[in-house]
Design a protein around this ligand. Sequence first.
Ligand code: NIG
Ligand code: FE
Length: 407
Amino acid sequence: MTQQVLENLQLATMSTNGMPYGMVTDGAIVIDSATIAWCGRKAQLPEEYSNWSRRDLAGRLVTPGLIDCHTHIVYGGNRAREFELRLGGASYEEITAQGGGIHATLNETRKLSVPQLVEQSLSRIDALIAEGICVIEIKSGYGLDSQTELNMLRAARQIGMERPVTVKTSFLGAHLAPTAYCDHPERYLDEVCIPALEEAADEGLVDAVDGFCENIAFSATQLERLFRRAESLGLPVKVHAEQLSNCGGARLAAKYNALSADHLEYANEDDIAALKMSDTVAVLLPGAFFSLRQSQKPPVQMLRDQGVTIAVATDCNPGSSPLNSILLAMNFSCILFELTPEEALAGTTVSAAKALGLSNMGKIKPGMTANLAVWDVASPGEIVYPMGFNPLTERIYKGQVSTKLAH
Ligand code: NIG
Ligand code: FE
């Protein structure tokens, strides 16, 4: 399919056209190799495309291909034991302090080679692809030594070659100070983390630099050391901010004009005011909120009032958010955080693209990459409202139908 007209479809373009979801009924899309050449009402299809080959989509709904803008999907082992401990009353912070949590995944991840990391991650990647994901962000952060951090990123790049999906990597060497450095986080940053970042950047493995700003991890001041280096390497930053307490992560994100500030349960008015002054996207992660059984919700209304862009992601990881479904992440964002289904879908398309610094994806518009998801539904709300049901019929990645599901 190099040049094709898709017709008999509805479009949720997620582009501003005065309609909710940027809807276009009785629509058509013209795909020219990997790019959307035209889209709109079929009746207005320009003459020049009239003899291109056509495909009838039987009235189905087409959205932009989905984007998961925050995952830790490359890892070894699992944390089922920790799940049991948390159900027994132990907190995430307590488990981390006792050498579990991220430390436990680190031990398992360090044991694996790059091919093993890839192999163990592919089934999780495939589950997301089957839900219409065309772009996925993958973080390091379960190595916390130079070799494993680099291996995680190499595995992420490899995944992007083995599957029809775009991978954006984030270096998360500042996830936690490993046990040997637990009382010396600055030394860890100087001796391990920053040199590992330099090496990884040198190898072309890093698209962004992330840090966990939290009592159990790094302070905003400590993270600045890393972010200054990121800046000098020309790399954008992002922050795990105000997930478990208010630690200044959102303000740090705003100061560095981060791509995103993620989690934000404990963000306050000043934090949101700071985000408003930046281009930083607020990424909400309802899977972690749900799984950690948190009660403090992110200040969604404040974000809306201040016009901060809101994205939604899985945070797929073995500990705080073992959520391997972007559809469920969208549903949870509505049920738990009171997003509208339109905000949830924007959160995994146009706003998620912004959170990854991608200007050519996330919308159906001429000139955009032809990443599309075709759903057997009559309205976009039907994508978000079921739990554990996937109405995707096909996924088009860079103009090619690459996933087909029976419906
Ligand atoms: O986004 N908050 C820090 N990082 C992850 C948790 C990682 C883990 O528990 O393994 C998160 O929730
Ligand atoms: Fe995370």
